[in-house]
Design a protein around this ligand. Structure first.
Ligand code: RP5
Length: 168
């Protein structure tokens, strides 16, 4: 199976990025987690994305906050799909990172998830790999079925609580 790279701009992003790592692990997708900065380590960023395809990656997740150019900088050097996670790490509540990540020029796409949307970034990467991997597609279907079951269960619980409220 292809690997997924999870790259973050700073160790201060790790807490927010954790759900992506956990989700990939739950789906048994091999991943490599790195701290690489578009601004502080630009040469490492270029080298990493230039070599990503031949190093067995199928998708790159890039998480960064503030003037978040990491996803775009990685996308500039690879034709692998790059998924950007804008991180809320400044006084602007992540809107700065969202706009920096999502507003890519034509010809250089970055698939941007919600601010701090780490789990969806991992699921999107998994769905990309699952195009050619039926076992992974099945694992994703099962994950959704479980999510649906939990929501239905919560709804049932709510109905019971409302009934008790009315009776009290
Ligand atoms: C970005 O700047 C990082 O992705 C992080 O979200 C933000 C702050 O980084 P630190 O100053 O905490 O290292 O490059």
């Amino acid at each position: 199976m292809k690997r997924v790279a999870v790259v973050m701009g700073s160790d201060s992003d790790l807490q927010t990025v954790k759900p992506a790592i956990v989700t990939l692990k739950k789906l048994n997708i091999p991943c490599e987690v790195r701290i690489i900065s578009a601004h502080r380590t630009p040469e490492e960023a270029a080298a990493f994305s230039k070599g990503a395809r031949e190093n067995g990656f199928g998708a790159i997740i890039a998480a960064a906050g503030k003037a978040a150019h990491l996803a775009g900088a990685l996308a500039a050097n690879t034709t692998l799909p790059v998924i950007g996670i804008p991180i809320k790490s400044s006084t602007l509540d992540g809107l700065d990172a969202l706009l920096s990540t999502v507003q890519m020029p034509s010809g250089m796409p970055v698939a941007t998830v919600a601010i701090d949307g780490a789990q969806n970034a991992a699921l999107l990467a998994a769905q990309m790999l699952a195009i050619e991997d039926e076992a992974l597609a099945q694992a994703l279907r099962e994950m959704r079925t479980e999510m649906t079951r939990k929501v239905i269960e919560k709804d049932r619980k709510l109905q019971n609580e409302i009934d008790q409220m009315v009776e009290a």
